[in-house]
Ligand binder design. Structure first.
Ligand code: HEM
Length: 384
């Protein structure tokens, strides 16, 4: 089966909406969210056991990003194919390496003159080879998953079956769509979690406050028996603040206009590519006091009483269109529910088990499609 380039992320216009409509009924549906939560919870437990095994005698994990990448692969393997990929045991080295090459090439393609559009540059060839490896992996797993689900009802809740049972979708569409979940969902969640843990590890007083909050929520949180994850407000605030400090994508939402529009007196013609600079806005004093400081409290209602207009739950959205890590509108991130659950689960479970310590040099960011740490984050895990 050729999975080439008909995936959600590559489509445009009506062709895109035809697929998006079907997929979002599964990906953004609370019932599937509950199912994902169950799977994520199980894999996160395995992840914690894995951390125990890889940390050295002083409690250091050399590169938390590598371990979080394995976690993302493992969870996606479960919900996309109903299988464990054994990435904690380095089970699929060629897939990891092909995904890494894909991201490296995509990042490289944004810089300099795009000669790869004219001829097959070495970068283009590397990209093509990596894509072939990934296609083989996606196709084999997809076919084997379809086969197994014919033989057993155990697989009824994984994404291919949820889509096939309810929606009019072709196998080719489905296979390529699932492959795009791996591309869009691994590096993004890994990097976000790496920075969120780094921010907590380097702000011990905030981490302690969060730990107390999480303990107050136990035993209800986090648990696999829930249909929806409880989101303690300070945890939500810490994650949001981490997104503000390190914006997860190179730019904010960007769109090619399908008609002329007027924004604050500027006429922008149809066809122009408009890019919102949210990463920049997130660090502007105009929007956030002490914008360079990590202050999760700024997102709590009692801290910001006048802004009740934009509030929801117990946290408050002071600037609803400044921090938009998952984009905005119809084309916003389809994996958002899934990603948020994973982020909250990992942080809460890690903090229940360990005090996180970071004693290295300040981590800076590398500007990439998904913003990355400029070096490995070496975290020390001190058992609670
Ligand atoms: C912290 C993690 C994540 C971040 C920060 C993130 C961010 C984004 C952003 C900014 C967009 C574009 C939105 C727009 O243009 O308005 C997007 C699209 C997308 N994301 Fe995510 N994402 C994350 C996790 C995930 C996960 C886990 C998955 C899959 C399981 C996923 C699948 C997708 C897909 C398929 C699209 C394309 C949607 C479309 O074109 O309709 N993302 N994501």
């Amino acid at each position: 089966m050729d999975t080439n380039d008909d995936s959600l992320a590559e489509r445009r216009g009506q062709h895109w909406w035809d697929l998006r409509r079907k997929l979002q009924q599964v990906m953004l549906n609370p019932a599937s969210g509950a199912n994902f939560l169950y799977v994520q919870d199980r894999v996160v437990e395995d992840f914690l056991d894995h951390l125990e095994a890889v940390k050295d005698k002083d409690g250091y994990v050399e590169n938390i990003q590598t371990e979080l990448f394995s976690l993302s692969l493992e969870v996606l393997g479960e919900i996309c194919y109903g299988t464990r990929l054994n990435s904690f045991q380095n089970g699929i080295p060629e897939v990891r390496s092909a995904l890494k090459t894909t991201f490296d090439c995509l990042n490289e393609s944004l810089r300099g003159i795009p000669t790869f559009l004219l001829f097959r540059t070495p970068m283009y060839q590397r990209f093509e080879d990596a894509t072939k490896t990934l296609q083989t992996f996606y196709t084999q797993n997809f076919e084997s998953c379809l086969q197994r689900s014919k033989e057993s009802s155990e697989f009824k809740n994984i994404i291919p079956n949820l889509l096939l049972n309810h929606k009019n979708i072709s196998l080719k569409e489905l296979c390529s769509t699932i492959s795009s979940l791996f591309t869009a969902g691994t590096e993004s969640t890994t990097n976000t979690l790496s920075f969120a843990l780094y921010h907590l590890a380097s702000h011990p007083e905030k981490q302690e406050k969060l730990w107390h909050e999480i303990n107050r929520f136990v035993p209800e949180f986090p648990t696999a028996k829930q249909s929806e994850l409880v989101k303690p407000p300070y945890l939500t605030a810490c994650v949001k603040e981490s997104f503000r400090m390190v914006y997860p994508t190179l730019a904010g939402p960007h769109r090619i206009l399908d008609r002329d529009i007027n924004i604050s007196g500027y006429c922008i013609p149809k066809g122009v590519h408009v890019v919102c600079q949210n990463a920049l806005m997130c660090r502007m004093e105009e929007y956030f006091e002490n914008a360079d400081d990590y202050v999760p409290e700024r997102w709590l209602r009692r801290h910001n009483p006048p802004s009740a207009k934009f509030s929801h739950g117990e946290t408050v959205d002071m600037r609803p269109f400044v921090v938009l890590p998952f984009g905005h509108g119809l084309r916003s991130c389809i994996g958002r529910r899934f990603a948020e659950q994973q982020i909250y689960l990992v942080i809460a479970k890690m903090l229940q088990r360990y005090k996180l310590v970071y004693d290295g040099e300040e981590i800076l960011v590398k500007e990439k499609i998904f913003t990355a740490p400029d070096r490995p984050i070496r975290l020390k895990l001190v058992p609670r």
